[in-house]
Unconditional design. Structure first.
Lengths: 214, 457
């Protein structure tokens, strides 16, 4: 590829809104009145976005979940679907590795969601003066994703993958998710400023090995 | 002499000269000495020492007895007082080996002396016992009185007395045949009975010993001892002949067995050689006649052409693989672009409806008039920049159609390239196999020395 594939503004927004809709948690009592879901921490949102943009890493994580007994055979089915549909090629949006891992500024896309009040972003300052972003999906945001899904077949994939990623990430904070992603050699070894390379062939080989031992 | 040799020659239907030669060769005595009376009389026994038993006081002892002519009995009211010791000491002094004498008793002894008359000659055997071993001498007391032999071990003691007594009594060792124990072919060996056995001829051992006469339970030995003792004529000749006969028979059967084995070995060697001959002949017939130079040239030419074809195909496959990879990347890029376009166009109408209600920077309410102004003057409601005209539906549809066509084209190209790559790979595999076969043919035609070596092996 001559130039690195970049998602369009619309695609960035669609990814984020589906992640907040399907991979979030129930809003706490002090959430905005119309909040239907929330996600705590920018690092967590970045980490989940990385899996949505790199289906090979998502499939790899599913195999790890299976091997470590946190998920059953359905993890293998999901990984097979991802590879059979060539998602690591067709749906991959490479990310650059920065100091704290894969990162891409999401401010513009989030602004597009926040000014029409589909999403509300609050910045939390704790006693230790650590800033923490909290993303709330508002009722209008959920209506928005429902309209996208009703418009045709294009967005069902985002809903399904975001939901799967939500299951994978349940209970883990952003830093722990980053650690899990770092454990993949290719990701951990990527130089700062370089694209995180595809691991599709390794994942295919790993799945074949797991299935041959069933 | 003549009578015995003549009798043998007659029975064997051979010349007397031949019979004598064979008998001599096998060491068979041709004479039987006339039986003569040979006297051996024990006249005095004396011994002394110290009886040492653990936890009991040492008990020095000393014994001396002269035996006059006649039969003597050794008796006692009690057991374990040394009756057997008296007899066993007489035997030790006459044979040189302690034999059945108890080892502890031997350890108590300091000195032993025995006077005897051997075929009329008076002798004395006297020795000290040092650490269980004898050290002493054999003396002739008859005139002229002289020492006959000195000894300092069991063996030298035996040689001294046995040599003197056998010579004095004109006794020869008797040959006998002893079977090897548990030998399946019942083979045996030639043995000699000498003074050690002769001396026990009239010695009746303890019941637990197992032998009636003598010390050994070997079959036939007691008979030999009696024959020697009594002086039966031809005893030595008879036993020597028997041993020679058994020995010869055994040699014959060993020879026959060896011959059988040799014949078997020859037979299997022959079968082996015949088998190898058949194999060699079939190898030879499988080999085509010596190939001519033109045959070799043709084969080498065919091989070279096949190898060139293989090489050419190999580089085509490599090129094709590279092109296939490029085509796949191109098709994937077009597919990605198509997907991006479809998703973007599908999402766009929803975003167009999302009118900002407040500034995303400062969160100020924008108010309705800003949105109205944007619609009329094409100035952005948020940043006031001029808004480029939105792509209309028709343009978008054209762009989408172009992307679809483009994707269909590159996908078709990639598929065609994949088919070409598969076909070329199959051709390469076939060409490789053909080249290998032709190479083997060249090897076969030109590789005679190697084949010859393999065949000889």
């Amino acid at each position: 590829m001559k130039t690195v594939r970049r998602a369009t503004r619309e695609q960035d927004i669609v990814r984020l809104v589906f992640l907040l809709d399907r991979a979030g948690e129930d809003p706490p009592p002090d959430a905005p009145q119309t909040a239907v879901s929330c996600m705590i921490g920018q690092m967590r949102l970045q980490a989940l976005d990385f899996w949505l943009r790199n289906p090979d890493y998502l499939a790899n994580e599913l195999l790890t979940e299976y091997e470590e007994g946190r998920m059953g055979p359905e993890a293998l089915d999901e990984a097979n679907t991802i590879l059979d549909n060539r998602e690591p090629v067709i749906r991959r949006f490479p990310m650059t590795r920065w100091h704290y891992g894969a990162y891409e500024p999401l401010d513009n896309a989030l602004a597009m969601l926040s000014y029409p009040q589909l999403v509300e972003i609050r910045v939390d300052r704790t006693a230790e003066r650590v800033r923490r972003h909290i993303y709330y999906l508002l009722a209008e945001g959920r209506k928005f994703t429902a309209e996208l899904l009703a418009s045709g077949d294009y967005f069902a994939w985002y809903a399904e993958r975001a939901e799967l990623i939500g299951r994978l990430a349940a209970g883990a904070g952003g830093a722990r998710l980053k650690d899990r992603q770092y454990q993949v050699n290719t990701y951990g070894a990527a130089k700062r400023g370089a694209l995180i390379a595809s691991i599709e062939p390794e994942v295919r080989a790993r799945l074949t090995k797991i299935e041959s031992e069933l | 002499v003549t009578d015995f040799v003549t009798a043998v020659a007659t029975r064997a239907e051979a010349s007397e000269k031949r019979a004598e030669a064979v008998l001599t060769e096998y060491g068979i005595p041709l004479l039987s000495p006339r039986a003569v009376r040979r006297g051996l009389t024990v006249e005095r026994l004396a011994f002394s020492g110290t009886k040492t038993i653990e936890d009991r006081a040492e008990e020095p002892f000393s014994f001396e007895r002269h035996f006059t002519t006649g039969v003597w009995c050794v008796t006692s009211r009690r057991n374990l007082v040394g009756k057997s010791t008296v007899l066993n000491l007489i035997l030790w002094a006459l044979r040189g080996q302690p034999g059945p004498l108890r080892a502890d008793v031997r350890g108590w002894l300091d000195h032993v002396e025995l006077d005897a008359s051997v075929d009329g000659e008076e002798i004395t055997v006297r020795f000290d016992v040092v650490g269980g071993s004898p050290r002493g001498e054999l003396i002739r007391r008859s005139a002229p009185m002289s020492p006959l032999a000195a000894f300092d071990s069991h063996d030298s003691f035996e040689r001294a007395v046995a040599g003197y007594i056998m010579d004095r009594l004109r006794l020869d060792p008797t040959r006998f045949w002893q079977r090897r124990p548990n030998d399946p072919e019942e083979r045996g060996d030639q043995r000699l009975l000498g003074w050690q056995s002769y001396a026990t001829a009239l010695y009746i051992p303890e019941a637990s010993f197992g032998a009636v006469l003598g010390e050994q339970t070997i079959s036939g030995q007691a008979g030999i001892l009696l024959q020697v003792f009594v002086g039966v004529p031809w005893t030595a000749t008879y036993h020597a002949a028997r041993v020679a006969e058994r020995h010869a028979a055994q040699q014959r059967s060993v020879g026959q067995a060896a011959a059988r084995e040799a014949a078997q070995a020859r037979g299997s060697r022959r079968a082996d050689l015949e088998g190898r001959l058949v194999a060699a002949q079939s190898t030879l017939s499988a080999l085509s006649p010596t190939p001519s130079a033109s045959e070799i040239d043709d084969a080498v030419g065919a091989y070279q052409r096949a190898a060139e074809r293989q090489g050419a195909l190999s580089s085509q496959v490599i090129d094709c693989q590279r092109e296939l990879e490029a085509a796949n990347i191109l098709a994937a890029e077009d597919e990605q672009y198509l997907l991006d376009l479809r998703e973007t166009l599908a999402a766009r109408p929803f975003f167009a409806k999302l009118n900002p209600t407040r500034c995303p920077r400062c969160e100020h309410e924008l108010g309705a008039e800003r949105n109205e102004r944007e619609a009329q003057t094409h100035h952005c409601a948020v940043c006031d920049s001029i808004v480029a005209g939105q792509e209309d539906a028709e343009e978008a549809a054209e762009r989408l159609a172009a992307a679809e066509t483009q994707h269909a084209d590159t996908k078709t190209q990639a598929e065609a390239m994949q088919a070409r790559y598969t076909a070329l790979s199959e051709q390469l595999a076939a060409a490789t196999a053909e080249t290998e076969a032709l190479r083997r043919e060249v090897d076969r035609l030109t590789g005679q020395p190697a084949q010859l070596a393999a065949w000889q092996n």
